[in-house]
Design a protein around this ligand. Structure first.
Ligand code: TRP
Length: 335
C-alpha cells in the first residue's frame, strides 16, 4: 500500500464564509479530499482568531458554522479529519518549541505582520505578541501532523515558507523529523471584492456570503462596482478593469465569457445584462451548498460538536506523537 500524503489547511473562525473563501481555497480542499492518495486534515484556527479580540460567543458560533460549511461544500467528516485548533493543546506546545528556533527579525518582516502593525499604530491600538508570532503557531499547525501539502490562498504563502524553513532547520539541527511541506497553489486565486478595490474579504464588507439568498446576491451584484471608466452603456468597457469579469472567469462557461467580453468591449452589452448572467451562475453555485446546509440544521450544533470531538481525537493522536518525538530530540522529554 502506498503511503498517503498528509494535506492540511485551516480557516480562521471569523464570521460567515464567503465566495472568496470558497473559490480561493475551500473548493480546492474538496477536490483534494476526494483523492484517495491524500489523508486530509481541515481545521478551524480558533486560537489564531484571538490575535484580534473577539467576543467568545462569536468565536464559538463561527466555529460551528465553519464545521457545517465544510460539510455542506462536500467534505466528508469520516474520510477527512475536521477539528478545532483548540482541541489539540500539543500544537501550542510545539509553537513554543519552534518559537525558540525562529528569529524576531524573520517574524517582523512578514507582510501580514507589517500591515497589521501599521494599521494598529494608526488606530493607536496595541500590537500584541500573538500578531508577531502568528506564523510560528501556523508552522506548528502544519508540522504537528507532518503535513506534506498545504493548500492556501496567496496571502498565506509567506507563512507556509516559514513552516518550510523551520522544518529544514529542525531536521538539520536534530535529525530528519519533518517532511518539508509543499505549498499547493492549485486553483487558489485572488478573488476580487464587489467594491472594485481589491480582495474579497469580510473586513472589507465587499463579499457574497455562501448563505446569501438569491435576492441578496442580486442586490449585491446590482450595486457592485464595474469598470469605472465605462459611464454609459454606449461606452466600450474594459473587462480587464472589472472585478466582475474576474468572477465571470471563475464561474461562467466559456461561451458566456466570450459573450460578455465581446459585448462589453463593443458596447453591445450593458453592465446590467452582464450582471444578470453572473447572478445566475453564482446562485447556481450556492444553491446545492445551501440545501445541504439547511439539511444540517436539523442535526444542528450538536452534530457540529460531535464532528469536532471525533476529529479532535483523530488529529490529536497524530500530533501528540510528533510533539513527543520533537521533545525527545530537543532534550526536554516528559519525565
Ligand atoms: N492563517 C490562515 C488564514 O488566515 C489560517 C491558518 C492557520 C492556516 N493555521 C494554518 C492555514 C495552517 C493553513 C495551514 O487563512
Amino acid at each position: 500500500m502506498i503511503e498517503k500524503k498528509v494535506v492540511l489547511s485551516g480557516i480562521r473562525a471569523t464570521g460567515s464564509l464567503h465566495l472568496g473563501n470558497y473559490l480561493g481555497a475551500m473548493k480546492y480542499f474538496v477536490k483534494l479530499s476526494k483523492d484517495e492518495k491524500n489523508s486530509c486534515y481541515f481545521f478551524i484556527a480558533n486560537l489564531h482568531t484571538l490575535t484580534t479580540r473577539i467576543n467568545p460567543d462569536d468565536i464559538l458560533r463561527d466555529l460551528k458554522e465553519i464545521v457545517l460549511t465544510y460539510i455542506s461544500i462536500g467534505i466528508d467528516p469520516e474520510s477527512s479529519v475536521i477539528f478545532a485548533q483548540s482541541s489539540v493543546p500539543e500544537t501550542s506546545e510545539l509553537n513554543w518549541l519552534l518559537a525558540c528556533l525562529t528569529s524576531v527579525a524573520e517574524l517582523e518582516k512578514m507582510p501580514h505582520f507589517k500591515e497589521k502593525k501599521d494599521m494598529k499604530e494608526i488606530l493607536h491600538e496595541t500590537v500584541n505578541v500573538g500578531l508577531l508570532t502568528y506564523p510560528v503557531l501556523m508552522a506548528a499547525d502544519i508540522l504537528g501532523p507532518l503535513a506534506n501539502k498545504v493548500p492556501v490562498g496567496e496571502d498565506q504563502h509567506p507563512h507556509v515558507e516559514l513552516a518550510r524553513d523551520l522544518a529544514r532547520r529542525f531536521n538539520a539541527l536534530y535529525g530528519e523529523t519533518f517532511p518539508v511541506p509543499e505549498l499547493l497553489e492549485g486553483e487558489a486565486i485572488r478573488v476580487p471584492g464587489l467594491d472594485g478595490k481589491g480582495k474579497m474579504g469580510k473586513s472589507n464588507q465587499n463579499t457574497i456570503d455562501l448563505m446569501d439568498s438569491p435576492e441578496e446576491v442580486l442586490k449585491k451584484i446590482g450595486k457592485a462596482v464595474t469598470d469605472t471608466a465605462r459611464v454609459r452603456k454606449s461606452d466600450a468597457g474594459n473587462p480587464l478593469n472589472c472585478g466582475l469579469y474576474t468572477l465571470h472567469q471563475l464561474l461562467s462557461s466559456d461561451g458566456e465569457l466570450m459573450e460578455v467580453y465581446a459585448g462589453c468591449t463593443s458596447a453591445q452589452m450593458g453592465c446590467v445584462d452582464c450582471k444578470k448572467i453572473l447572478v445566475e451562475n453564482i446562485n447556481q453555485l450556492l444553491a446545492p451548498i445551501q440545501v445541504k446546509r439547511f439539511e444540517l440544521n436539523e442535526k444542528g450544533s450538536k452534530y457540529a460538536l460531535e464532528v469536532l470531538h471525533e476529529g479532535g481525537k483523530r488529529a490529536r493522536k497524530k500530533i501528540v506523537a510528533t510533539v513527543e518525538n520533537v521533545k525527545e530530540k530537543m532534550g526536554v522529554p516528559l519525565y
